[in-house]
Design a protein around this ligand. Structure first.
Ligand code: ZN
Length: 480
């Protein structure tokens, strides 16, 4: 991946040994100071923005939209063509509702028009490119400005502060970073500037999890920064072995995958602290962060313009109704994403949170809408993987599992067993899952030594090999 020479990238690339030597001195200063004055200014601005009254947020968003539409119209061939085709000029944007006139775009549009969507040459130092999973297995590539990290990190820090996190507190990070063993054989790396302790989420064996937990217990009051799947694996391991959570863990920040309600409850019970989550995408168009007083998410007004559209493309305005998250990002000036359909769906709750008093859009139950997360029943209907994710004792002696499907109505459940896995576990899994599946799908269990994670170390719950068009509906009846 092309990486620009930003301060953050240089630090990321510094070898671990040099980093810890350099950092021994630097670590004495607060991280806030080391990350620069514009970062501190951004943090202050973002912190204030979450309490803006709705009217101020709308005004800020209108100005930002005019800026990004103007840039897109003047500097890119794609948006000039697109706006001209409907007779729209950026000066025509008088209110947020005027955005409805513009066409939405999706991953396919970007794949087909990439070179026409950039506002400047991408061969310069301050541009980097990102990638994410696209449609039908084709990865989506795009460009963004390297200095966006500062704004992005400010938003994340301001979000995490809702849980009691303060910049400079140690974080135990289990999030897909490749971590080599240290001289004691522990897969651990330390970044003294950010005070992050990285552990390998690719090596979650029982033996390693014991060592991770023992090490975390020594790093002082800290937060866990994890994927929901990694913290669930830790929690299941602790239940299985009747282990207590280290008492110094103040909270859990679990991001980048869907958090299911029962999963949240189990993790919070085992760790005896709160699980907090933010929602965002690699394309960086919308950021929503958990509320400290409820399990809902609040959309950040300063990160992008958020819309929720139903299947016919109309705005969702009724509480409880679901829609697709569509975003216009404010922080990427290299390749504007305007009315970009993320492929993620959420339930609209309202525009003012009674629990905390913030006056921004509230959403709940955010789900990726990808075929990979679906199993196909005998009659061709879809079964959400969420419906089968058991958080009781069904998978208690299972380290990792994944469905593999090649034919509708049939699947293989691959299981990496824990040491204590036996026939009784197979029987319980068949019985408990069978009750949920209700004859729509049958499966066989196959014990395996390992299940590969995605390139970024996230769990892939369904290895779906049936080629289908766009998925059409979520089976929410089995929501867990
Ligand atoms: Zn709230």
């Amino acid at each position: 991946m092309k990486k620009a020479l930003s301060k953050k990238n240089l630090w990321d690339k510094t070898p671990p040994l040099l980093k810890s030597t350099l950092g021994r001195g630097l670590g004495l200063f607060p991280s806030r100071w080391l990350l620069g004055s514009s970062f501190r200014e951004n943090c202050r601005f973002i912190r204030d923005a979450q309490w803006w009254p709705a009217e101020l947020a709308r005004e800020y968003q209108s100005n930002k939209l005019r800026e990004i539409l103007k840039l897109a119209y003047e500097k890119t061939r794609f948006y000039r063509r697109s706006f001209d085709s409907i007779g729209f000029h950026p000066d025509d944007l008088h209110s947020l509702e005027d955005m409805n006139q513009l066409r939405t775009i999706d991953k396919q549009v970007i794949i087909e028009n990439l070179s026409d969507m950039c506002t400047k040459s991408v061969m310069v130092r301050d541009v980097e490119y990102g990638a994410t999973a696209g449609t039908s297995g084709v990865p989506l590539r795009f460009y963004m400005n390297a200095d966006r990290s500062e704004m992005e990190y400010s938003c994340l820090v301001a979000s995490w502060e809702r849980t009691g996190y303060e910049l400079g507190m140690p974080m135990a990070v289990l999030r897909g970073r490749v971590v080599q063993p240290d001289r004691n054989g522990l897969r651990h790396e330390y970044d003294p500037i950010l005070r992050h302790h990285y552990y390998s989420s690719f090596h979650m064996s029982d033996e390693n999890m014991v060592r991770y937990l023992e090490h975390i217990a020594t790093i002082g009051p800290c937060f866990l920064h994890v994927y929901p799947s990694t913290v669930t694996a830790l929690a299941r391991f602790m239940i299985r072995n009747d282990r207590q959570a280290p008492k110094n863990i103040q909270g859990i920040i679990a991001e980048s995958e869907v958090v299911y309600p029962k999963q949240r409850r189990m993790v919070e019970e085992v760790f005896r602290c709160r699980l907090f989550s933010c929602y965002g995408q690699s394309e960086k168009v919308v950021l929503a962060a958990g509320c400290e007083k409820s399990d809902d998410y609040h959309v950040w007004p300063t990160y992008g313009y958020f819309e929720l559209l139903d299947e016919d493309g109309n705005p969702v305005t009724t509480s409880g109704q679901r829609g697709e998250i569509v975003g216009t990002g404010f922080i990427n000036a290299v390749m504007p994403f305007i009315r970009y359909r993320t492929g993620d769906w959420a339930t609209y709750i309202g525009d003012c949170c009674e629990a905390c008093g913030r006056g921004h859009t509230i959403i709940r139950d955010i789900r990726g809408h990808r075929t990979q997360e679906m199993l196909i029943a005998t009659d061709g209907s879809e079964i959400s993987w969420a419906a089968l994710n058991m958080h009781d004792d069904t998978f208690i002696h299972v380290r990792q599992f994944q469905f593999m499907q090649e034919m509708p109505g049939q699947a293989v459940l691959r299981i990496v067993p824990a040491n204590s896995f036996g026939d009784e576990d197979s029987r319980r899994i068949h019985h408990n899952l069978g009750r949920k599946l209700n004859g729509r799908l049958t499966f066989t269990i196959k014990l395996v030594e390992a299940i590969p994670l995605s390139a970024r170390g996230k769990a892939i719950y369904v290895d779906q090999r049936i080629q289908r068009g766009k998925s059409v509906s979520l089976d929410s009846a089995g929501d867990v």
